[in-house]
Ligand binder design. Structure first.
Ligand SMILES: Nc1ccn([C@@H]2O[C@H](COP(=O)(O)O)[C@@H](O)[C@H]2O)c(=O)n1
Ligand code: CDI
Length: 159
């Protein structure tokens, strides 16, 4: 068994779609990034890579490489999943916290869990996604950005 942690932040701006946990969220602002800026999937990828001591997503998918411009983060998560399988591990469970003052994410959470569980080839019950505000404190509370923490446990695949 191995454990990993991931954390990511992206800025909220106008004229961008808001993509979180692999799905589009109805909101008037979106996250800025080289990719689709899906801060939830980015934190999960960093947690998986961390558990494998393989660095981070910036090392694997450099943000100056045009190959990754506006890329769907679900594609990157599949690549990380394939690396994890090659190394002989599968998902034990994942827990995440998305910090966003707005919008209300509760209606979207189960769809995010389903989307991520399908990419990682694991049961939806192994994927936990939670949301919190910061009671209007800090950058998330001012609506300037959204952050996510992710923790992952990986189990060795035994044949
Ligand atoms: N963007 C968010 C933030 C929170 N929620 C849900 O609301 C609950 C209460 O949030 P507090 O920050 O006031 O503790 C939280 O537990 C989430 O269920 C949400 O849906 N979207
Ligand atoms: C995902 C990558 C690559 O497109 O770009 P961003 O969307 O900017 O995301 P970030 O969390 O800053 O780091 C990883 C990047 O290399």
């Amino acid at each position: 068994m191995r454990i990993g942690i991931g954390y990511d932040v992206h800025k909220l701006v106008e004229n961008r779609r808001l993509i979180l946990g692999g799905i589009e969220i109805d909101y008037h602002l979106g996250l800025l990034g080289h990719s689709d800026a899906d801060v939830c999937i980015h934190a999960i990828m960093d947690a998986i890579l961390g558990a494998l001591a393989l660095g981070d997503i910036g090392k694997l998918f450099p943000d100056n490489d045009m190959k990754y411009k506006d890329i769907d983060s679900k594609v990157l998560l599949k690549k990380v999943h394939n690396i994890m399988i090659e190394k002989g591990y599968k998902i034990g469970n994942i827990d995440t916290v998305i910090t966003a003052q707005e919008p209300k994410l509760a209606p979207y959470i189960d769809n995010m869990r389903k989307t991520i569980s399908e990419i990682l080839n694991t049961e939806i019950t192994n994927i936990s996604i939670k949301a919190t505000t910061t009671e209007k404190l800090g950058f998330e509370g001012r609506g300037e950005g959204i952050s996510t923490y992710a923790l992952v446990l990986l189990d060795k695949i035994v044949d």
